[in-house]
Structure formats: structure tokens, C-alpha cells
Design a binder for this molecule. Structure first.
Ligand code: NCD
Length: 368
């Protein structure tokens, strides 16, 4: 069996023992090598001959938010490469987090047991905070433990963006210049599209991005500016019907219900007290919560069904367009669409396994 590691992959050495916090850490060269390795992982999984690159390694999955694909694909990736996964039985809600333990202490503890930590957390910036905790411990234990950001609130989801870009290239070829890529749905809160728009710009893809969202859920300007500053054109519209015929990729996202209350709390706090919600005492926060919850529920209901990509809508799309979704889809794509050749989201799920195998082997410096 040919070794999974190729001499051309020296770029992957750059990932050894690095925290993976944002797509901004990647370069086009590293991406090319990583995608090549993921392709080889795909072939090895297909033929049932994976190499035990992660033998004797233990990966900890610390998920403070629900997950199906990210959690299980990291578990599957680890085990297919001969490593083992630990997590608190029953999830983080059964760990000392519920007793009030800080993220710093939880991470330092897990760090003592694992070679890498895959972290999902509801707070933007939490992965970076966890990396700081791990680095503080590195000083005393002399043992680096990479943190892999598996989604930090409304911030980023770098490993999802890696598998998304890999999937686009898997379908259209390594050179995707000239493609038009539409992002649809809750672009304000969806961390997957925040990472993907940046990754496309970082990879110097000469693509055009069309952001399709209601005004209240539009792509935050920091991401639009990031892309434009790297000469990637970004258009914004609310009209899917008008945009769909010009797209090569339509990337649909779920309306992120769980983010609406926090956003409402922020808005109300600014309006009523003129300060950010984090600066309020517990009593003032409690006073704002019922109205925030009521407003959030109304806002969610209004936004939920704005866009539905059903067969009628797809009849206006190109025959070779692909439809992507990080999943769960809830109600933006009805199940009847699954049999359409353009439905590519389960291929995307499968690619998540190969990308995470490639990433773990690189980050744990197991490529020989
Ligand atoms: C996404 C996430 O958690 O950000 N899911 C995933 O990881 N595949 C998308 C979502 O929850 O809507």
C-alpha cells in the first residue's frame, strides 16, 4: 500500500501542533496539500485500507453545543486512523461545567488527558480563549495540545469551511476561477459562511460571491470587507428568484434560532441602558430577558420561511449547479430535493470525514 503521505506535502508540516482557530491561518499551498491528502484518505477509506497514523493518540471532543456531523466526523476520523476519542459521558452538561467551572480550567483539565481538543462552544472567541489556556499549561507540562475550533458561537467554523471548499473543488476541479457562489439564509449568525467567504478570498479563488439574505440577517460587513479587500467581488441581494439562475454553487444555511435571544438582549441593552449586555448586572439582565425572548421568537418566525429551495425554485437554476448545506437543514430544503443530481450536501458530509482525517494527521504531526 502506498504511504498516505507524499513528499509534496511538506507544507502540512506548518500545521504540526498548531491550534486551528480561524481559516486565516491557511495559505493556498497548505490548502492544496491538505486537499490532496484528503483525497488519498478518501481512497483509503473506500478500499478499507487506512493507516493507523493516530495510533496511541487520544483526541478529546468537548462540545458545549449540539452537534451531529462535526462531533461524529471527528470521532470517525480519529478511529479510522487508529486513535481513540474521549468525551464526558452524556456531553458537557454532565461535566463540572454545570458546577460553574471556567472554560480555562475545563480545557486545562482535558489537556492533561488528550493530545488534541476539538471544541465547540456558544461564545465567539472561546476557541482562542481555550488556546490560551492550553498554551499556559504547555509552559509547565512541556507538551503542546492543539485546540481545534469546531464552531465558536457566531464566529467561525474553520474545519467546515475546509470541507466546503474541498467539496466545491471536488465537483468543479482544483481551479474554480469564474464560478459564482451564492450564500443563502442567515448570513449574520451562520459561522460556516463567515469562514467560507474568508477562505475563498484567502485561496485567491477568482470567484464571485452573491450574498442572499433578508436585511436583518445579512452578511456582517467585516466579512464582506475582508473578501473585497482581497479583490473578491461580493454582491448582496434579498432576491433568490432573481439570483439563482446565475449561480454555480448555492450554499444554503439554517436560520440560527439559538442566536436570536442573545442578539435581542444586546439590542435591548443598548436601547434601554446604553451599554452592552455584558456590562449589566444580573437583575437588569433578568428584567430584559422576557421581552428579548418574545422579540426573538417573532423575529425567528418571520425569518424562518423566507427562502425555500424546492423543485420549483430549482427549475430556475443551472443544470450543473450544486446545492450545498452544512446541515441541519430544518426547512430550507425539502427532502424531495435529495434525489436531484444537484443535491450535493451528503457528499459534503462525507467529505467532512476525509478533511478531518487529513487535518488531525497533520496537526498531530503523524505524517511520515
Ligand atoms: C453548522 C454549525 O454548527 O455551525 N453545522 C455543522 O457543523 N455542520 C450549521 C448549523 O448549525 O446550522
Amino acid at each position: 500500500m502506498a504511504a498516505v503521505y507524499s513528499a509534496a506535502d511538506t507544507h502540512l508540516k506548518q500545521l504540526a501542533y498548531q491550534h486551528i482557530l480561524t481559516v486565516e491561518q491557511f495559505t493556498p499551498e497548505v490548502l492544496e496539500s491538505l486537499f490532496g491528502l484528503a483525497q488519498r484518505m478518501d481512497r483509503q477509506v473506500e478500499t478499507g485500507h487506512t493507516e493507523p497514523l493516530l495510533a496511541n493518540r487520544v483526541i478529546a471532543n468537548a462540545f458545549y453545543e449540539p452537534s451531529t456531523r462535526t462531533d461524529l466526523s471527528f470521532q470517525s476520523a480519529t478511529q479510522r486512523l487508529g486513535g481513540r476519542v474521549i468525551s464526558t459521558a452524556g456531553g458537557v452538561q454532565y461535566s463540572s461545567v454545570t458546577k460553574g467551572e471556567s472554560l480555562h480550567d475545563t480545557i486545562k483539565t482535558i489537556d492533561c488527558y488528550a493530545d488534541a481538543i476539538v471544541l465547540r462552544h456558544p461564545t465567539r472567541g472561546s476557541a482562542r480563549e481555550a488556546a490560551e489556556a492550553a498554551d499556559a499549561l504547555r509552559m509547565s507540562l512541556h507538551r503542546p495540545t492543539p485546540i481545534i475550533n469546531a464552531g465558536d458561537g457566531t464566529g467561525e467554523h474553520p474545519t467546515q469551511a475546509l470541507l466546503d471548499l474541498y467539496t466545491i473543488k471536488d465537483r468543479f476541479g482544483a481551479n474554480i476561477d469564474g464560478l459564482t457562489i451564492g450564500f443563502l439564509g442567515d448570513l449574520r449568525n451562520g459561522r460556516t459562511v463567515h469562514s467560507l467567504i474568508k477562505l475563498l478570498a484567502i485561496d485567491h479563488c477568482h470567484v464571485k460571491v452573491v450574498c442572499i439574505a433578508p436585511e436583518s440577517l445579512s452578511m456582517p460587513s467585516e466579512y464582506v470587507e475582508f473578501a473585497r479587500s482581497r479583490e473578491m467581488p461580493v454582491e448582496e441581494t434579498q432576491d433568490l428568484q432573481e439570483a439563482i439562475g446565475g449561480l454555480d454553487v448555492l450554499y444554503v444555511t439554517r436560520v440560527q434560532r439559538e442566536r436570536f435571544v442573545a442578539q435581542e438582549m444586546d439590542d435591548l441593552s443598548a436601547k434601554v441602558y446604553g451599554m452592552p449586555v455584558d456590562a449589566l448586572d444580573a437583575q437588569r439582565k433578568d428584567a430584559l430577558r422576557p421581552l428579548a425572548e418574545q422579540n426573538a421568537a417573532q423575529e425567528y418566525l418571520a425569518a424562518r420561511d423566507t427562502y425555500v429551495v424546492d423543485p420549483m425554485m430549482l427549475s430556475q437554476a443551472r443544470k450543473n449547479m450544486i446545492l450545498l448545506h452544512p446541515l441541519p437543514r430544518v426547512n430550507a430544503i425539502p427532502e424531495e430535493v435529495d434525489t436531484d443530481d444537484r443535491a450535493y450536501y451528503f457528499r459534503q458530509v462525507q467529505n467532512g470525514l476525509y478533511i478531518r482525517m487529513a487535518l488531525l494527521a497533520s496537526v498531530l504531526d503523524c505524517l511520515r
